[in-house]
Structure formats: C-alpha cells, structure tokens
Design a protein around this ligand. Structure first.
Ligand SMILES: Nc1nc2c(ncn2[C@@H]2O[C@H](COP(=O)(O)OP(=O)(O)OP(=O)(O)O)[C@@H](O)[C@H]2O)c(=O)[nH]1
Ligand SMILES: [Mg+2]
Ligand SMILES: [Zn+2]
Length: 308
C-alpha cells in the first residue's frame, strides 16, 4: 500500500503524486471507505489517499481517502442536498476577479468569501487585467479594494499582460497549497503559465459576443510550483451556491456584519427588519458597505439559481 496526493480528478480517473515525484493514474474499485459527507465526488483534488499498485497495468487503485483538514464545497445542483468538493487540504484561497471582460459580480465575491470563511481558509482577492481599465473602471476597482481591505481581505492588483504584480503573489504562494478560483476568463490559467511556462496549459480569449470566458479549464488540477508549493487551477464558475450553511448562521461569515451583530437588540436577530438591529443601523450610517449588505440579503433570500 502507498500513500499519495490527488492532483486531478475527472470523477472516474485520478492522477496521484507519490514517492519521489512519481505520477500514477488511479481509479477507485469496489467500496471506498466512505466518509460522513454526501458528495458527488468521493475523491477530490488535494486529498491524501492510500492506494495499491496494480503491476500489470501500472495503475493504482485507491482504497481510502484520509481525513481532510478542510475543503471548499459547492452545491452540486439547486435541488439536491448533494455537495461537490472543489478541493481539499488548502492553505490559502485566491479569488481572481476582473472589473471588465468579464465583470465579476460583488455577490459572487461575497459567496466565495463566506464559503472560505466558513471553512476557515484564508482568502485573498486578486484583481487582474488592470491594463484594460478606463478611469471609471479604475475607480470601481479602488472602491472594491477599499471595501474588502477595510474588512481584512488583502487585495492584490495584477496585470498578467504587463506582468505586474506577480512579485507580490509568488512569495504568498511559496511552500503552500493554494487554490485559485474565479469566473471563466479572468486569467487563472494564464497566471499559472506565467509562473511556470513549462506547464503550457490551455487558455483562450473571452468571447467577443458575450464578453464571458469559454470555460476552458474543465477539471480542477493541482500543479507543483518551481518555487515550492502547489497551485490548484479550477474551472471558471458562474457562481457559488452557498453550501452547508444554516440560514441563521450566514451572517457569521460576513466578518463586519458579525462584529456589529453583537449590538442588536435581539440575540436571534437576522438583520432583516427586526427593531433595534445594529447591522441595519450600521448600513444606514455607511459603516457597513451597502453592497455587502445587499449580498447578505440576496443570500438570505436563497435565490442562488444564477450562481452555479
Ligand atoms: N488584457 C489582459 N488579458 C489577460 C490578462 N490575464 C489574462 N488575460 C487573457 O484573458 C483570457 C482568459 O484567460 P484564461 O487564463 O484562459 O482564463 P481562466 O480564468 O483560466 O478561464 P477558464 O479556464 O475558462 O475558467 C486569455 O485570452 C488571456 O490572455 C491581463 O492581465 N490582461
Ligand atoms: Mg483556465
Ligand atoms: Zn440585527
């Protein structure tokens, strides 16, 4: 029996790294030791697994997934209670956003951040394609930067075209397991190719007509970095169905809302229209940003059909 790290999962086949950098194709046969969580993918990128080597076919058979330190989940579909694990055992999550081409929605950012917050994964925002922005777009970028840095999320500005900002990101990624997420077309894979040109991963221009990415990366995949550590490139997602969260705990993961909520009149206040709500009053006084509060209301409404 060997122990390895899952680099890629297509749902039926897995790429596993073990020993002194050997990569082996693996599959799952028979019954896997099942965990408590109901997921559509029992083996995810980032999992540590035990496997047997089949000498005849030179492939592996995964027999057990070792306990996960953490994971990032999405709802598999609107109706089901099933979850999909995007990746596990992550040290740090980067959310790559763009102001235009494509335009990242604030609510998408917040859905990602609260998911990371719920699983205690430190999150950093990367704002890419700064070379494209007009004055108005720079203003919007700076607004978002001020909103998120005020509540404690680092924002790094990047232009992969001009190759500026990389020197800030690389030291943060060094010797860690990093996840990069974001809408299709923001430049996630382009970043990996710039860090390590030998990867030579597929990228594509965004569509002229829809101004959206073309969903080029189709499976999450972990890549070893030349400076030490790993980066998990993920398929662009349209949105994030908030997974595995009770309605009355959603506000716990909006840092600034949670902080102020201690002053609400009722301890079970949901910050909707209760009297004596300190959160609403902070929004009215501009201490909590209205866009963040709006994301909170939308998530509470539970309409996440457009966020998958
Ligand atoms: N102008 C400009 N274009 C960029 C920049 N970064 C990436 N691009 C372009 O954006 C397009 C999409 O980049 P990808 O790296 O394929 O995007 P992705 O996020 O991996 O997209 P998916 O795999 O579909 O999720 C490519 O044509 C890149 O060349 C940038 O900083 N400036
Ligand atoms: Mg990609
Ligand atoms: Zn309240």
């Amino acid at each position: 029996m060997e122990k390895g790290l899952v680099l890629k999962s297509t749902g039926s086949h897995y790429k596993v790294l073990y020993g002194e950098g050997i990569i082996l194709n693996c599959s799952v046969k028979g019954k896997l030791k099942i965990r408590e969580l109901k997921t559509t993918n029992p083996v995810a990128v980032g999992d540590n697994v035990l496997f047997d080597i089949d000498k005849k076919t030179n492939s592996g058979i995964i027999t057990e997934v070792l306990a996960r330190r953490n994971y990032i989940l999405r709802k598999a579909s609107n109706l089901s209670r099933q979850y999909q694990i995007i990746a596990s055992n992550i040290d740090q999550a980067f959310l790559m956003i763009t102001i235009i081409l494509p335009e990242t929605q604030v609510e998408f950012i917040d859905r990602f951040l609260i998911t990371a917050e719920a699983y205690r994964i430190p999150a950093t925002i990367i704002i890419n394609k700064t070379d494209l922005y007009s004055d108005a777009e720079v203003e919007k970028m700076e607004y978002l930067e001020s909103v998120y840095s005020k509540i404690g999320y680092d924002c790094i500005k990047l232009s992969l075209k001009d190759k500026t900002g990389l020197d800030t990101i690389i030291p943060l990624m060094k010797n860690r397991i990093n996840l990069i997420s974001g809408n299709s077309g923001v430049g996630k894979t382009t970043l990996l190719n710039l860090i390590d040109p030998e990867l030579n991963l597929k990228t594509a221009e965004i569509s002229d007509y829809h101004k959206q990415g073309k969903h080029i990366t189709t499976f999450p995949e972990m890549h070893k970095m030349p400076f030490g550590g790993f980066v998990i490139d993920t398929p662009g997602i349209r949105g994030f169905g908030v997974a595995d969260m009770e309605r009355n705990e959603i506000y716990h993961f909006f840092r600034e809302i949670f902080k102020v909520s201690k002053n609400c009149r009722f301890t079970n206040c949901l910050h909707l229209d209760e009297p004596g709500c300190a959160v609403r009053s902070a929004v009215e006084h501009g201490e909590i940003d209205f866009l963040r509060y709006r994301s909170y209301l939308n998530i509470m409404e539970g309409d996440d059909r457009k966020y998958r």
